[in-house]
Design a protein around this ligand. Structure first.
Ligand code: BTN
Length: 279
């Protein structure tokens, strides 16, 4: 593991230019999971925009119930607490775009502190040269007095070295350090991430999805290519990813399905594990 400057509240705030997001930062040496701690705080009515950060996680969680590799002293693990109220008819759109715009913000933050290009694999995997450099786990719930909250959990592989990865993800994961051979100050990256997230959340709240959807399309390396999708019920769908719907679903024109039933012209995927099939 390459030594990188420690995370401190002062160092984060010294470069933080955001207006409302991250006004309160809860920083821990170690937590089971920042999402778990953020949920606990949200249920106790902590304020909108609070950010929970840990140097290390002992039970970091990924999408689809996977574990998230979370060693100390190297990477970023943070969870943002939002309390945004939406009318019922706009809530689904809001909740389904939140993971996508968070991926967009994280990609922009990495690019702002490095010389790297980051793409997004639908819905919210961050890739550099087709290897995963970060991931996002969004959750939602209700706190005291039934007030709804949303949690955006972000894990970025920053200064971890290839030989530190567990065997099973060594080929598919990467870090900023590995890609550019230079240690990144996590304080600065976090401050940038908070700023980019604030911009994207404000844009979604003020102007809806139009501009964000365009930016997401441009960055998404899934669209236009063949994908193998494992659906929530275990079924497989192989086909060409043709776009993203108004509500953030991936639109796939299937080549085949496992069920044997007549394939619809276009499948709307809302929850799926995607593999890019590159030939
Ligand atoms: C994924 O599977 O791609 C999502 C990974 C999300 C990991 C982050 S690390 C910070 C936050 N706390 C967690 O336990 N998980 C998320």
């Amino acid at each position: 593991m390459q030594p990188s400057p420690p995370l401190t509240r002062d160092a984060i705030h010294s470069t933080l230019a955001a207006t409302w997001l991250g006004r309160r930062i809860e920083l821990f040496d170690s937590l089971p999971s920042t999402n778990r701690e953020a949920t606990r705080l949200a249920q106790a009515d902590v304020e909108h925009g609070t950010v929970v950060v840990a140097d290390c996680q002992t039970a970091g969680r990924g999408r689809l119930s996977r574990a998230w590799f979370s060693p100390g002293g190297a990477n970023l693990y943070c969870s943002v607490i939002l309390r945004i109220l939406r009318p019922a008819e706009r809530l689904t759109e809001w909740l389904s775009w939140l993971p996508l715009i968070s991926a967009l913000a994280a990609a922009e933050a990495i690019e702002a502190v490095s010389s790297l290009h980051v793409s997004v694999k639908w819905p919210n995997d961050l890739l550099i040269s087709e290897r995963k450099v970060g991931g996002i786990l969004c959750e939602s719930g209700t706190g005291a007095r039934s007030s709804p909250f949303q949690i955006i959990g972000i894990g970025l592989n920053v200064n971890v070295e290839q030989h530190d990865w567990p065997e099973e993800i060594r080929e598919s994961a990467t870090s900023i350090l590995h890609e550019q051979q230079r240690v990144v100050d996590r304080n600065r990256l976090l401050a940038q991430l908070i700023l980019e997230l604030e911009h994207c959340i404000d844009e979604l709240a003020l102007h809806g999805t139009n501009r964000l959807a365009l930016a997401y399309h441009q960055r998404c390396s899934t669209i236009g290519f063949k994908v193998k999708a494992t659906l929530a019920n275990g079924d497989l769908c192989v086909g060409i990813a043709e776009g993203i719907s108004q509500d953030g679903a991936l639109l796939v024109r299937p080549e085949s399905t496992q069920t044997g039933s007549k394939a619809p012209a276009i499948v709307h995927l809302r929850v799926a594990d995607i593999i890019h099939v590159r030939t």
